[in-house]
Design a protein around this ligand. Structure first.
Ligand code: SAM
Length: 266
């Protein structure tokens, strides 16, 4: 047997090896257990994203055999891995951070899962030329300068059956459904508790300059509807299961031709 294939066969990801590699791969946002080693045991949100996942996992189909999944903003691949564990035929994770993608590839290798990870922005979805049965967009929206454009792009280029969306929310959690129209001199409605509001972060939130827009609950629901999705399950305060609506709410195709530029804070 050639020396190279012999060493590949005998190579094992022992906890010591994993620990060393985890350290080398930089700061982890996902806490994932790999052969007894945790990648981010000190996470400020606890055992994250497991704590979040446990609150809505039961609403995602347990059997994803034959399905394709796109995990937007996949980070170290926690959700990609969970989708693969449910039998998805193809899982593609995309992220703009090479550091996180390297972590994700490592996690998949140690877990023995075949998952593709690619450096791609949500604004480049049209480059994939592929739609997916399931699209996850977890914890990404508030990191975007153009959140509604991103939702429009998911609707137009990526989503076939199910979109699972999660966003940080701030402000009132009351859902205020606006009327279809108001006269010009209507002022009070904008002061109503729960009116759809997007909070703009000019500099930092939580020490993080990549936070741009944080919606309240009404606003997130309105954005989802406005991008042409119907919400059909809301299992957790920040998580929405949506499906594409046949008809868009308003006339006009804002995405033709596609505008897709990544804008970052200077
Ligand atoms: C808060 S983390 C969420 C990670 C994971 N989806 C989760 O819910 O645990 C946000 C992730 O979105 C990625 N991201 C930020 N801007 C992006 C963009 N324009 N396109 C794709 N991913 C992006 C970040 O690199 C990061 O991995």
């Amino acid at each position: 047997m050639p020396a190279q294939s012999q060493s590949r066969e005998t190579f094992r990801w022992t906890p010591r090896r994993i620990e060393r590699r985890v350290k080398k791969l930089g700061e982890w946002f996902h806490n994932i257990e790999l052969n007894g080693v945790q990648t981010a045991p000190q996470h400020k949100l606890g055992d994250y994203p497991t704590v979040k996942w446990k609150r809505f996992a039961h609403t995602i189909p347990a059997n994803l055999h034959g399905k394709s999944v796109l995990d937007i903003g996949c980070n170290a691949g926690f959700y990609s891995l969970e989708m693969k564990r449910r039998g998805a035929a193809r899982v593609l994770g995309i992220d703009t951070s090479e550091t996180y993608l390297e972590q994700a590839r490592f996690v998949a290798a140690v877990s023995g899962m075949e998952i593709e990870f690619r450096k791609l922005s949500i604004y480049q979805l049209f480059e994939l030329r592929e739609t997916f049965d399931v699209v996850l967009c977890m914890g990404v929206l508030y990191h975007l300068r153009h959140p509604l454009l991103a939702l429009d792009l998911i609707r137009k280029y990526a989503a076939a059956e199910l979109v699972v969306l999660q966003s940080m929310l701030r402000g009132s959690s009351r859902i205020y459904r606006t009327k279809a129209d108001y006269p010009f001199d209507e002022r009070d409605v904008f002061r109503r508790t729960g009116y759809p509001v997007m909070h703009f972060v000019e500099e930092n939130y939580c020490g993080d300059p990549t936070n741009w827009w944080i919606p309240n609950a009404s606003c997130l629901e309105a954005l989802i509807r406005s991008a042409g999705f119907e919400i059909f399950i809301h299992p957790e305060s920040e998580v929405y299961l949506c499906r594409p609506q046949k008809k868009l709410q308003r006339a006009g195709d804002v995405l033709s031709p596609p505008v897709a530029t990544e804008v970052v804070r200077p």
